[in-house]
Design a protein around this ligand. Structure first.
Ligand code: CAA
Length: 240
């Protein structure tokens, strides 16, 4: 039986690359997405991977959405919490709404999604949960108190949950990407991005496929002794 993998925010950017890489490894993959129907349709046409729309910040929507995936694709063996947004601004200019939106979408979503799959993984004595954190959750970033707090929270969430899953064959790990060639990073003003890239030892942005490679490694059946860890994939920008 093929293992089933569910990727949140799976139809674009890093999530899309993760879906494709897992499919190429023989997983039965389902993608979740939040808003962009056009991109989701193109993604499914291109990859043959089904896409399911719900808001990962909404607890009930996650329970219903995952139940549908289980029904149509199968019980989830591998969960990739990848969905995330930015609402960058300095603290002075940041609204409470933009604080809350980023915390709920990037961090509370991990709780919402894990609640929907964890008991099943425990019963089946196998699970792989991979949370996509960020270099900016490790090092902080000017203009991102909301995003850095959420991503930093993901790293704590990962280490705590790893302890709860370990005896049941469930590993929980994080990947901390650096600056990757995606729409999210393209939204950073050019003059700011230039300065950031100048500080990356490898001398370029990363590619989504380079993050997907880490996911494939951590998702493998053979990766059962790796849990509670953070894999930094950032071109040497932050060695942590
Ligand atoms: N450290 C210290 N000072 C800084 C600074 C820094 N890193 N960056 C900017 N400043 C200063 C500027 O020099 C400027 O000072 P002066 O007015 O004295 O010249 C002041 O702060 C205001 O800077 P901006 O003109 O940039 O302010 P703004 O309000 O127009 O924009 C911002 C602020 C929205 C935060 C903008 O700087 C920005 O978008 N920064 C990029 C943030 C970023 O890296 N986001 C990552 C998105 S991708 C992602 O998150 C994926 C991932 O996981 C890596």
């Amino acid at each position: 039986m093929k293992r089933v993998a569910l990727v949140t925010g799976g139809t674009r950017g890093i999530g899309k690359a993760i879906c494709v890489a897992l499919k190429n490894q023989g997983y039965q993959v389902a993608a979740n997405y939040g808003g962009n129907d056009d991109a989701a349709r193109k993604f499914t046409e291109e990859t043959g991977i089904p896409a399911y729309k719900w808001d990962v910040a909404d607890f009930e929507a996650c329970q219903t959405g995952v139940a549908k995936v289980v029904d149509e694709v199968g019980p989830v063996d591998v969960l990739i919490n990848n969905a995330g947004i930015t609402r960058d601004s300095t603290l002075t200019k940041m609204s409470f709404e933009n604080w809350q939106k980023v915390i709920e979408t990037n961090l509370t979503s991990c709780f919402n999604m894990v609640k929907a799959v964890f008991d099943g993984m425990k019963e089946r004595k196998f699970g792989r949960i991979i949370n996509i954190g960020s270099i900016n959750g490790q090092a902080g970033q000017y203009g991102q108190v909301n995003y850095a707090a959420a991503k930093s929270g993901i790293h704590g969430f990962t280490k705590a949950l790893a302890q709860e899953g370990a005896r049941a064959g469930i590993t929980v790990n994080a990947i901390a990407p650096g600056y990757i060639n995606t729409d999210m990073v393209a939204a950073v003003p050019d003059n700011v991005l230039e300065k950031i890239v100048a500080k990356i030892p490898v001398g370029r942005l990363g590619e989504p496929e380079e993050i997907a490679r880490g996911v494939v490694f951590l998702a493998a059946d053979e990766a059962g002794f790796i849990t509670g860890s953070t894999l930094s994939i950032n071109g040497g920008q932050h060695m942590y």
